[in-house]
Design a protein around this ligand. Structure first.
Ligand code: PLP
Length: 410
């Protein structure tokens, strides 16, 4: 006889021992790197369960990061839509203004327990670099951030932040001099000294165990949200919405609702439109394939290589998604939605004007989608993970979308 618990459908998706979520995930890397990943995996599985690790991480979250972040009911915005009720999980109020610090503090704490002397990572727009530089400063562990020379020129404020925080920014000057080359350069630096250094990845992507580890460090967002929403409303939300680049903020909040009757919406950037190269909607438009060491759903060019991608939100322009997202989506447990540049900009101003909250352009994609959903599902509640604040985007928005700021009809 089966116990009642076993009879319930469950989507709690632990990867298997080799890091597979169903068909997706795994580890497709050179043997040399595999040995290092196995070591990180064993150390992580041992240390993350220890009392000392858990206690220190909890203390950091409370006293340094300012957690728990609130759940907030957007009454003005909901009234304006005259439909579903929109709530925000305020990760923009997490220290440094985004969810990324959740996993960077976890990764750096793991590094401390392992006695590592250096944190190494790549960064594209610089957000992950800044979060890791913050963690490095906290723990007193040197940080080395590899960044394409093209991105260094484009993302000046984040480069300055990293330097103020004491990180060494290594310019990558080969190839296209952007994110992909930065990944190659960072892995090379890591492999040159894997005993003393540790690689800190920026999302739920890469070879096993990173998708598992980063999700576990982001899980706090979901645990808090579920409790806070229940306490606030007496119910679970009907819908949970999050933007997806690699998918860490989305996995963080989704993880707490997988076994609940809650619709989970993964919102991808539709950029300028549905033509290949104009967007980064990997789940919605991609196909199965291997890149950056893991099997997932990805956007490919005509020769099967990672396709060029684009979004107004630099944190979302990644040609794949974390393997757990590919799994949950292929199982029908999540819905893939999208928002265009234009919709995200509109939502950016609407949230700013109606609620006094300036969202990151990444998060504005989730808000845009929630606004659409609220019109369709007028009796339902919608919890949006507001992954970050928009301070980093204000100059760009005012330069590129000045006419929007003049409008008074949000
Ligand atoms: C980096 C970033 C994202 C995208 O990363 P995920 O791993 O998909 O969460 C989303 N929002 C903000 C504010 C970011 O900085």
């Amino acid at each position: 006889m089966r116990s009642p618990a076993a009879a319930l459908p469950t989507h709690r998706s632990q990867p298997d021992a080799k890091g597979f979520f169903g068909r997706f995930g795994g580890s497709f890397i050179p043997p040399e790197l595999q040995r290092q990943m196995d070591e990180i995996n064993h150390a992580y599985l041992r240390i993350c369960r220890s009392h000392d690790f858990i206690r220190e991480l909890r203390s950091i979250r409370t006293h340094f990061q300012g957690r728990p972040t609130p759940v907030y009911y957007c009454k003005n915005l909901s009234d304006a839509v005259d439909g579903g009720r929109i709530y925000l999980k305020r990760e923009d109020l997490n220290h440094t203004g985004a969810h990324k610090l959740n996993h960077c503090m976890g990764e750096a704490l793991l590094a401390k327990f392992l006695g590592k002397k250096k944190l190494i990572a790549e960064t594209g727009a610089g957000q992950h670099g800044v979060a890791l530089a913050t963690a490095g400063a906290y723990f007193g562990i040197p940080v080395e951030i590899h960044m394409g020379a093209v991105d260094i020129a484009k993302e000046h404020p984040n480069v300055v932040r990293m330097k103020i925080l004491g990180a060494r920014v290594v310019p990558v000057t080969f190839g296209a001099q952007t994110l992909k080359e930065a990944v190659d350069s960072a892995f090379e630096a890591y492999l040159a000294d894997p005993v003393n250094s540790i690689y800190c990845i920026g999302s739920v992507v890469g070879p096993h165990p990173f998708p598992l580890m980063v999700r576990e460090f982001q899980r706090v967002v979901g645990i808090e949200s579920r409790e806070q929403f229940l306490e606030m409303t007496g119910e679970l939300p009907d819908n949970v919405v999050a933007c997806v680049g690699g998918g860490s903020n989305a996995m963080g909040i989704f993880s707490a609702f997988l076994d609940d009757p809650v619709r989970l919406h993964a919102v991808e950037p539709l950029g300028r439109g549905a033509r290949l190269g104009d967007h980064a909607a990997s789940l919605g438009h991609g196909e199965e394939g291997i890149m950056h060491g893991f099997n997932s759903i990805m956007l490919k060019d005509s020769e099967g290589r990672p396709a060029p991608v684009y979004s107004v939100a630099s944190g979302l322009d990644y040609p794949s998604v974390g393997p757990e997202h590919a799994h949950l989506f292929s199982q029908g447990r999540t819905v893939a939605g999208a928002a265009s540049d234009e919709e995200a900009i509109e939502a950016f101003f609407r949230l700013s004007r109606r609620e006094g909250i300036i969202p990151a352009l990444e998060s504005a994609h989730a808000v845009a989608y929630a606004l659409r959903l609220a019109k369709e599902r007028v009796d339902e509640s919608i919890l949006v993970n507001l992954s970050g604040r928009g301070d980093k985007d204000i100059d760009f928005v005012m330069e590129k979308y000045a006419a929007h700021a003049e409008r008074g009809d949000y």
